[in-house]
Design a protein. Structure first.
Length: 67
């Protein structure tokens, strides 16, 4: 498992600390979950953008297939 040091603004740290406490988990666990969710969201956005690009590129073909 990799280890890293992360510097956060005090306000951000307090917010993640409150979230972790409300969810009965450690600050580390809350941060790992937040990072994993961020990565998943970025991946979904990237795939959606690729899908839009392909649909735009192949619009004529898709229209003909839809008939």
């Amino acid at each position: 498992m990799a280890e890293t040091r992360l510097r956060l603004p005090d306000e951000t740290y307090e917010q993640i600390k409150q979230i972790a406490g409300a969810d009965a988990q450690s600050v580390n666990s809350a941060m790992v979950i937040a990072i994993e969710e961020y990565i998943a969201r970025r991946r979904r956005e990237r795939y959606a953008a690729m899908g839009r690009k392909i649909a735009e590129r192949d619009r004529e073909l898709l229209d003909r297939l839809a008939r």
